[in-house]
Design a protein around this ligand. Structure first.
Ligand code: KE4
Length: 428
């Protein structure tokens, strides 16, 4: 494959944009090499400026669940753009998308649109603090909820003690209110809540973790979390920015039958345009400005173009048998990749929840951030590069999840598995 034009563009980008990208993971730091600059996308395919074609399993980190440039979404956007791009006033589109989402997530009575998952999580946490009058929060190591200060925090010296900043620029005072615990460790969660519940506003969790690879909740982990938070009046926030409309149409809360107090969403509900959302029970949501005292706002929140893309995406995704077709495709991919690894003699662990998945190079189960980090990440880097060379675009980091879309075909999966077999064999 030639990458001359991408290399030249990356050089130009590095002169004017930090790291040459507008979001760090796109720079390929974890896997090395120059990121292909994409010129267009259609269906399951990405095309870069050098004319290379890729079967895409990043799908903009989740949003493109229908595949790229779905004709119905494109046509709806074409019509919408002629009516103006932003009004700063309420529209019927916001009501329609809110109703569509609430129908799929009955745990929520009300929902507020924002512009990113970061805003959704940040706002949900402020609301949980306003609702409970408590300041501290619990998160889990390896889970990512956007880049608000209090969420860029890692575990302090001992579990359940003060968190420490996980990035320069995060003040100690912001980290101090965050307790970071191991994912899937219900005993640690129980200890932290029983010790600190009077100060704990919320627990925020990715119910299926998608930011340390794809890590599934152990049986009982989410159920135990729900019981503990209910018992101590701690708001349970499911961050479903990634899992929403991905592990099931109704998200992880539908898949695992857990009713959180609040939910964060993003990605799919914007159909590729900038949308995040936070929602929950009425008694909590009534506290949000302007009805209540907890302030939250956004110039472009509920933007008509973004609402249009989200509405069209959900209308198609909720169609008869659409979700089961999507899950079947994901299961076929899982089976084909597993077969490729076995015949190539590769020692990998493949995890999937609905339409999100990942491959670890390890023989041991991956249940938390520690075990994810103990996998062979350099082997992952070689796998990633080998697959890219064969025209398969995977997430450029072991600590990301992959996604499939309605546009991926059986032929795509066959080609992907054949490429994987050869790369597994070559990198052993
Ligand atoms: P955004 O602010 O990037 O829209 O959403 C933050 C966020 C919140 N919660 C979860 C569970 C998320 O996965 C994310 C963002 N996901 C990453 C992918 N790991 C976005 C990709 C990127 O950072 O460029």
């Amino acid at each position: 494959m030639k990458f001359g034009k991408s290399k030249a563009l990356f050089k130009r980008a590095l002169a004017v944009i930090p790291g040459g990208v507008n979001s760090p993971v796109r720079a390929f730091k974890a896997v090395g090499g120059t990121p292909p600059f994409i010129s267009r996308a259609k269906g399951s395919r990405l095309y870069d400026v050098d004319g290379n074609e890729y079967i895409d399993y990043v799908l903009s980190w989740g949003p493109m669940v229908l595949g790229h440039a779905h004709p119905k979404v494109v046509s709806a956007l074409r019509k919408a753009i002629g009516r103006g791009t932003s009004y700063g006033a309420p529209t019927s589109l916001e009501v329609e998308l809110a109703e569509l989402v609430l129908k799929a997530y009955p745990s929520m009575d009300k929902i507020r649109m924002v512009n990113s998952g970061t805003e959704a999580a940040m706002s949900a946490i402020r609301l949980a603090r306003g609702f409970t009058g408590r300041d501290r929060i619990i998160k889990f190591e390896g889970c990512y909820h956007g880049h608000a200060d209090g969420l860029l925090v890692k575990a302090g010296s001992g579990a359940a003690t003060f968190g420490v900043p996980d990035s320069p620029g995060v003040p100690k005072s912001a980290a101090r209110n965050t307790i970071a615990l191991p994912f899937n460790d219900l005993a640690a969660l129980r200890g932290a809540i029983e010790k600190h519940w009077r100060e704990i506003a919320c627990v925020i969790v990715e119910p299926v973790a998608g930011n340390m690879g794809c890590v599934l909740p152990k049986p009982g982990f989410l159920e135990g979390m729900r019981k503990l938070t209910a018992k101590y009046g701690v708001v349970l926030i499911f961050d479903e920015v990634m899992t929403g409309f991905r592990v099931s149409y109704g998200g992880a809360q539908d898949r695992y039958g857990i009713e959180p107090d609040m939910t964060c969403l993003g990605k799919v509900i914007g159909g590729g345009l900038p949308v995040g959302a936070f929602g929950g029970k009425s008694d909590i949501m009534e506290m949000v400005s302007p009805g209540g005292p907890v302030y939250q706002a956004g110039t472009l929140s509920g933007n008509p173009l973004a609402m249009t893309a989200g509405i069209e995406t959900l209308k198609i995704l909720s169609g008869k048998d659409v979700w089961s077709r999507l899950e079947d495709r994901a299961a076929q991919l899982e089976e084909a990749l597993g077969q490729a690894a076995r015949t190539a003699g590769a020692e990998v662990k493949f995890y999937r929840a609905g339409t999100m998945f990942c491959t670890y190079f390890t023989g041991r189960e991956v249940v938390d951030y520690r075990s994810a980090k103990s996998s062979d990440t350099s082997m992952f880097g070689r796998f990633f590069k080998g697959m890219l060379e064969k025209g398969v675009n995977l997430a450029p980091s072991q600590f990301e999840a992959g996604f499939i879309s309605l546009a991926h075909t059986a032929a795509d999966i066959k080609k992907t598995a054949a490429a994987a077999h050869d790369v597994f064999a070559a990198i052993r």
